[in-house]
Design a protein around this ligand. Structure first.
Ligand code: ATP
Ligand code: MG
Length: 594
């Protein structure tokens, strides 16, 4: 069937939508692929729906190829299973919760581990039934704090989620590997540049986990790479701790007068002026900075957490959030300081001199009872200049492990380009990416919580071990658009394009119209997907729209038809070729059917 632009439900817009933050969002709206229904919620128009279907098709084929079977769950789900795993609460404000007319609680599924676990429990009871992989391509709901960039972070979005079920760890490793290979094929076919990085497992729990990130400056994730091939989301980077140091030559911790040194820069200047080192100047890296955060747990409980780290580093909020999940973290406010007079802003430190004696100040054992966690670089034997918990004074020669102990280690300092890589292969480099897929070895957490057990070979009941694997299907539409669009519009790879060829009847006259119609009909019969621009519009409008809409090839039937020629344009390369009208159909069939 030939699709005619005169009939197609779409409008191209000459203006950018006001809320467009990234090119993919701008062009998908301007080219008539999607429309916003509410913040983070989009309607798919005919053109957009075709691209979405194309992504689904790629994902479906590759999932089927590893023997995963497609099912589909409802989006509207009962509370009980999510209560059993504690995610009804743990998911926090991101979960859409609702009640039916009887007052019974429901939720709109953000991800379906619980439901899949229960379904398998319902039907299967023996090791002979396993391994099993199930998947669905389905609409998910998350009340994201910051929906942004159109389809990239929606509150309603399409995800492919699959789950593997195995009797033992070796089985899980094999299922995970099969999914990993399928993901490589999926993302190779979708055609954007991507990296596979070590990830944290977030609200899911579980152990081994990797993300597939589309490399893009507009991405919200930052990842690192080492010369030796180590790659990780910054959230998952672990800083190798330096060796413990010998502090026997360091004198006792003591107080120093440091007027007006509420910032690290001021402190370093005063230290160099008032108590300079013999060997070199003090730097920010010699200071131990203590930053306070307020953690809010899903059950609304709050806690102040003090993070101690070298003064030349800041806390990376995303790394912190990943480390304290499911709690959310925010910097403390002046009100929090007022409520905790033991915290002296700008002068916080792990120890305090009370009646001439050095005492631990921070930490659950200290007088404030606040949890105190330090950066991995703060190893035993390292000496620091740090706050004295009194205005205008600091303490120096404060030795970790000798003068204070933290409640634990927290690895949340910003990671910088040039930092040594954990694999020891050299400096790290940093780049940004869009999370397109995430694979985890969940283990037995969900099976245990929901009682999914099978009889093993020896007739013994064993808990099933699971994997969970997601692909952002609607996000992929935007990611491909983001990777391929230019300053004139969208530019689809052939596999995902809504149509193979756009034919433009560019000019008045019976012959132009008739020829465009005939070419469209011949291509259509040959199985080429044709979009015919038969609108009563000027050639200029048609040219512009064709570039905005982004089909890989267009054919202009215009003035040169008088010489028996049409023009074939390649959207990606911009190449134009005059082709005899008698040959163009065969040429296009060869191009499309390859
Ligand atoms: P993010 O870190 O981007 O919030 P996530 O880690 O919460 O994502 P998962 O639970 O791993 O996401 O979901 C699997 C996949 O679903 C992700 O890799 C991503 O491609 C997609 N996805 C997640 N949240 C959204 C969203 N709000 N809008 C569109 N796609 C999403
Ligand atoms: Mg994820």
């Amino acid at each position: 069937m030939i699709t005619r632009l005169s009939q197609l439900f779409f409008r191209t817009l000459r203006e950018d939508p006001a809320d467009a933050e990234v090119p993919s969002h701008r062009w998908l709206v301007r080219a008539g692929y999607i429309r916003r229904a509410a913040p983070g919620i989009y309607t798919w128009l005919p053109l957009g729906l075709k691209v979405l279907g194309g992504v689904e098709q790629v994902v479906r084929e590759e999932m089927d190829a590893i023997g995963a079977q497609e099912v589909r769950f409802p989006a509207l789900l009962p509370r009980e299973p999510y209560e059993a795993t504690n995610r009804w609460t743990e998911y926090g404000a991101n979960l859409f919760r609702l009640k039916d007319r009887k007052g019974t609680d429901y939720l709109l599924g953000p991800t379906h581990e619980e439901m899949f676990t229960l379904l398998v429990k319902d039907l299967y009871s023996s090791y002979k039934d396993l391994p099993l992989s199930l998947y669905q391509i389905q609409t998910k709901y998350r009340d994201e704090a910051r929906p942004r960039a159109g389809l990239l972070r929606g509150r309603e979005f399409v995800m492919k989620d699959s789950y593997s079920f195995d009797v033992d760890d070796a089985g899980l490793a094999a299922s995970y590997e099969a999914h990993r290979q399928a993901y490589v094929r999926i993302f190779d076919r979708l055609g954007f540049e991507y990296v596979i990085v070590k990830a944290t497992s977030g609200a899911m729990g579980g152990s081994a986990s990797e993300e597939f990130l589309a490399v893009s400056p507009t991405g919200e994730d930052t990842f690192v790479r080492s010369p030796g091939g180590y790659a990780a989301n910054v959230e998952a980077v672990t800083v190798p701790p330096p060796a413990e140091q010998d502090a026997s030559g360091i004198g006792a911790a003591h107080t120093v007068d440091t007027p007006n040194t509420g910032t690290i820069v001021e402190l370093v200047d005063v230290a160099n002026a008032k108590f300079p080192r013999a060997d070199r100047a003090w730097t920010a890296a010699d200071t131990l900075k203590n930053v306070v955060f307020k953690l809010t747990y899903p059950d609304s409980r709050t806690e102040l957490l003090v993070v101690g780290l070298p003064g030349d580093r800041d806390v990376d909020l995303k790394r912190l959030e990943a480390a304290v999940a499911p709690a959310e973290a925010a910097p403390v406010t002046d009100e929090d300081f007022q409520a905790n007079p033991g915290l002296v802003k700008g002068y916080i430190g792990p120890i305090k001199v009370v009646d001439g004696v050095v005492e631990q100040h921070l930490g659950v054992e200290g007088p404030l009872k606040l949890r105190y966690l330090t950066d991995p670089r703060v190893v035993a034997g390292t000496a620091w200049i740090t706050g004295s918990n009194l205005v205008d004074t600091h303490m120096t020669d404060v030795v970790a492990g000798r003068d204070f102990t933290a409640d634990g280690v927290i690895d949340v300092a910003e990671v910088r380009a040039g930092d040594p890589a954990p694999d020891g292969s050299g400096p790290l480099s940093l780049a940004r990416g869009i999370e397109m897929g995430h694979i985890f070895q969940l283990g037995r957490k969900y099976a245990e919580a929901l009682g999914l057990k099978v009889l093993d070979e020896n007739g013994k009941l064993v808990t099933v071990t699971m994997g969970s694997y997601g692909v952002g299907v609607s996000r992929a539409v935007a990611a491909v658009a983001e990777a391929t669009c230019d300053d004139r519009g969208l530019c689809w790879p052939r596999e995902l394009a809504p149509f193979d060829v756009q034919i433009l009847a560019a000019g008045k006259g019976e012959e132009i119209t008739a020829t465009a119609e005939r070419l469209a009909a011949e291509l259509d019969v040959a199985g080429v997907r044709v979009l015919l621009d038969d609108r009563k519009a000027s050639p200029g409008v048609k040219f512009t729209d064709a570039e905005v809409m982004g089909m890989p090839t267009s054919v202009v039937v215009g003035r040169s038809l008088a010489d028996g020629l049409v023009e074939v344009r390649d959207r990606a390369t911009g190449e134009r070729a005059e082709v005899p009208v008698t040959e163009v159909v065969a040429q296009l069939i060869a191009l499309v059917k390859g």
